[in-house]
Design a protein around this ligand. Structure first.
Ligand SMILES: Cc1cc2nc3c(=O)[nH]c(=O)nc-3n(C[C@H](O)[C@H](O)[C@H](O)COP(=O)(O)OP(=O)(O)OC[C@H]3O[C@@H](n4cnc5c(N)ncnc54)[C@H](O)[C@@H]3O)c2cc1C
Length: 425
């Protein structure tokens, strides 16, 4: 696995002032040790610290260094698989309960942003757009599914209505979801970290876990220290690598890339997306874009199933953006970066216990900005002794990626096939 770009992202460059945290040195004791300071780990840490647990978080790099500080910032409704895959595994009634938890994740996010005054440019409004005529029917199916769940926040948009909003003629129709939205993910993540620290959690940066002891007395070792705890939460997601082989086989890292244009000024930016909504297309390999708080276009997409990052990321991404917005031909790109999405075989997040003392959640399959908050909270609930909701979301069966050591080339071939289908108009 090649390492993702460490090049400066727009998010890093526009991060709110934030605390730096020490490296783990020597022996420490905590009720719970969390591995990974992304949304999942910090959500668990915050919920636990709010409940009075003594929490230590070890992060290999810095807070939000992984997918949580690099993503498209799109706050999506529900699960990336849609409802039918959930129903197929757990039945209609429990699938509805899962959906309700995903909805509750929105309230949790709003409440945390409000309570901890997290300045992260959050905005509500999201449009699914169909590049192919054949996909317009899919938008209607999506709306029907939402309505069957009593979710009435959506509105179908014709090509004409969409073009009144978007400065692009590429799309054949849209589905606006007023309950979804977007935010500055790194600032949200840094805000969660500050909130956890305000309740006494300790965060250690540049402290990569090199061994996790999963027995009755679990501990997390790093190069320079150790945390002995009653419980461990593993939240390293696609960056965890082979530290825990059982988890490694359940997810695959997939590279995704984002560019940020130079600031366009409010008028020009709004001529691209008048409603300031987040936009995502219906292709298998999605394009997703939105405006930043300082009026740039942030345009994400493409993907690397081999995890090899293109040398000239800007040159790789720019044609995608120009296909949607040819009028941006004169615009320069200020930032371009990549990160790893952790996908599971069935694209449903994977959560569970490795042993009675070690919990994990990973594999949000490109839709983790919102769901990670709830998964982290449910792990905290389970550790606190209320496992009913945790048990519901950990009921899903997950198979290992086939192919053993050659699993990446196999995935590359499978995904090339889907990409070809995207190109067939
Ligand atoms: C480019 C990109 C675009 C995306 N766009 C969207 C989007 O628009 N909407 C959406 O909903 N989702 C999106 N996602 C997915 C979303 O970002 C993730 O689902 C989510 O951030 C996962 O959070 P996490 O905390 O589980 O993992 P991460 O944020 O990856 O955090 C894991 C952390 O664990 C640390 N770590 C790993 N191993 C160790 C170790 N051994 N010791 C200590 N620390 C360790 C890592 O350094 C990292 O900081 C995107 C992802 C990417 C990469």
């Amino acid at each position: 696995m090649t390492r993702p770009s460490d090049s400066l992202s727009y998010y890093r460059a526009s991060a709110n002032p934030h605390a730096e945290h020490p490296r783990l040195e020597g022996e420490h004791v905590a009720d719970v040790c969390v591995v990974g300071a992304g949304f999942t780990g910090l959500s668990a840490a915050l919920e636990l610290a709010e409940r009075g647990f003594d929490v230590a978080v070890v992060e290999a790099e810095t807070v939000g260094w992984g997918a949580s500080g690099r993503n498209g910032g799109q706050i999506c409704t529900g699960f990336s698989t849609g409802l039918s895959k959930l129903e197929a595994q757990v039945g209609k009634e429990d699938a509805r309960k899962c959906w309700a938890l995903a909805e509750e994740a929105k309230t949790l996010m709003r409440r945390r942003i409000e309570r901890y005054k997290i300045d992260c440019d959050v905005k509500w409004g999201y449009i699914h757009v169909a590049p192919k005529r054949g996909d317009v029917g899919y938008l209607k199916e999506m709306q029907d599914e939402y309505e069957a769940l009593d979710y009435g926040d959506t509105e179908l948009l014709s090509k004409e209505q969409l073009e009144e909003n978007l400065g692009s003629t590429l799309y054949q129709g849209g589905l606006r979801d007023a309950g979804a939205g977007h935010l500055h993910p790194l600032n949200y993540c840094l805000g969660l970290a500050d909130a956890a620290v305000s309740h006494g959690a300790r965060i250690f940066e540049h402290s990569k876990a090199t061994h996790v002891e999963t027995g009755a007395n679990p501990e997390v070792r790093t190069e320079h220290g150790v945390v002995r705890a009653k419980f461990v939460v593993v939240a390293g997601n696609a960056y965890l690598g082979k530290l825990i082989p059982k988890l490694y086989s359940k997810i695959m890292p997939v590279g995704s890339f984002i560019l940020a244009t130079e600031p366009l000024g409010e008028n020009r930016a709004r001529s691209l997306i008048r409603s300031d909504d987040a936009i995502c297309d219906t292709n298998f390999v999605v394009d997703y874009f939105r405006l930043s708080g300082d009026h740039r276009l942030l345009f994400g997409g493409r993907c690397s199933y081999s995890t090899i990052e293109p040398k000239d990321l800007g040159g790789f991404m720019r044609p995608r953006m120009l296909k949607v917005f040819p009028q941006l031909d004169d615009v320069s790109l200020d930032y371009c970066w990549g990160g790893y999405i952790g996908i599971t075989m069935n694209r449903i997040p994977d959560m569970g216990r490795l042993t009675n003392t070690v919990y994990y959640a990973h594999g949000f399959s490109g839709q983790g900005v919102l769901l990670t908050g709830m998964y982290g909270k449910l792990i905290a609930e389970a550790i606190a002794g209320q496992a009913e909701r945790f048990d519901l979301l950990s009921r899903f069966k997950h198979t290992s990626f086939p192919g053993g050591p050659i699993r990446t080339p196999m995935l590359v071939l499978a995904m090339l096939y889907h990409r070809m289908l995207d190109m067939v108009g």
